[in-house]
Design a protein around this ligand. Structure first.
Ligand code: ADP
Ligand code: MG
Length: 348
């Protein structure tokens, strides 16, 4: 994908030259970042706050396909996916550590594109890049990101705090990232069969963006703080709503009932799923990569949240013995199955 562009061999710069070149534009923004890139370890000081740390590993061919993922988007998304985990603890993300493995097919220009996306995400979300590691890779591109953030001890939301009667809420809309991926996959196949044909993504911009450019819902964390709602449990939707509900219910030792007609599905997601012969509800339940926040709140907080157009109440927590269920639009009870995307299953 870089055939027509300038190609500078990474080895021309050497490891230290490369690191300096990639990180020189990143400015430290947080008082908590005492020392960033440039020593054996970064130094942080969060004073009386609790520290949140999370890590994700992205491998070419397993988690992304460079046939349709632009490198800048990849850098941006890799950061967002990580920030989402800190947000899902009801925390504020502040720093990231980025490690990369590069195969020889990646010229400097390609790595620069990835770092442009990382920089964009850091500037947009006020994040310090405080370190990383750089290595060559025998096969493909590897990006490992660790994100760091903070929260007050009493405001951290774990997966295990849901109580019977709590309302189940989800931000934004669901299924779009998955349906967007199906469109990209379809266009890739058409291109492979006939490289003359240009991809037809017309009218699909929202769902393509949901797949390529997700945004961690830090704004929801801020809104919850503003309206003084402390979720009893929270998780981000990376593997799909059903899978995340399983995590919350298992960890909290509870069951749940959700309602199909309450699931937030964008019209473009709905129509495109139909066009592709997919059930929009299944896309919302099992699609994944939406990076929305799924959380439970006490019933007494209902008044505070009911007018927020970006938060949908989709059901409630029940006792464990009731299991996990969805009431369909035609009023039939369906047992939910966790069909989270499984990196091991998908590639065997
Ligand atoms: P070491 O030999 O101790 O692992 P490195 O030479 O790998 O040190 O790293 C030197 C500095 O550059 C460290 O502060 C490290 O965190 C940072 N660094 C290395 N690789 C990256 C990268 N890909 N992105 C950001 N910072 C990096
Ligand atoms: Mg190193």
């Amino acid at each position: 994908m870089f055939e027509n562009k300038e190609r500078t061999d990474v080895s021309q710069l050497g490891e230290f030259g490369l690191i300096k070149h990639l990180t020189q534009n990143f400015k430290i923004k947080h008082e908590s970042s005492i020392k960033g890139v440039g020593d054996d370890a970064a130094v942080l000081d969060f004073k009386d706050k609790q520290v949140l740390i999370s890590s994700d590993l992205l491998l070419e061919g397993i988690h992304f396909d460079l046939a349709y993922v632009p490198l800048m988007h990849l850098g941006f998304k890799a950061v967002q996916v990580n920030l989402s985990d800190i947000c899902a603890m009801n925390g504020v993300p502040t720093q990231i550590i980025v490690s990369i493995g590069l195969s020889s097919k990646f010229p400097l220009e390609a790595v620069e594109e990835i770092y442009k996306g990382i920089e964009l995400a850091c500037n947009k979300y006020n994040i310090d890049l405080i370190g990383g590691d750089t290595s060559s890779s025998k096969q493909g591109l590897i990006i490992g990101i660790t994100s760091i953030g903070y929260a007050e001890k009493d405001s951290i939301c774990y997966r295990n705090g849901a109580n019977e009667g709590d309302l189940i809420c989800v931000s934004g809309d669901l299924g779009g990232a998955y349906v967007g991926l199906q469109i990209l996959e379809r266009e890739k196949q058409i291109f492979l069969e006939n490289p003359q044909i240009q991809p037809d993504l017309e009218g699909k911009d929202y769902i393509i963006e949901r797949q390529l450019k997700p945004e961690a819902r830090r704004d929801i964390v801020a809104i919850l703080d503003q309206i003084k709602v402390l979720p009893t449990s929270m998780i981000d939707v990376s593997d799909g709503l059903a899978s995340e509900l399983f995590h919350i219910c298992t960890e909290s030792d509870k069951g749940c009932t959700i309602y199909e007609d309450k699931l937030p599905i964008d019209p473009m997601t709905y129509e495109t799923a139909r066009e592709l012969g997919l059930d929009p509800t299944v896309c919302a339940l099992n699609g994944g990569e939406d990076y929305e926040l799924l959380f439970t709140i006490k019933q007494s907080d209902y008044e505070k949240i009911k007018n927020d157009v970006d938060i949908s109440i989709i059901g409630h927590i029940t006792e464990k013995s009731r299991g996990l269920n969805m009431i369909s639009k035609s009023n039939v009870v369906h047992e939910l199955k966790a069909q989270g995307w499984n990196a091991f299953k998908a590639n065997n």
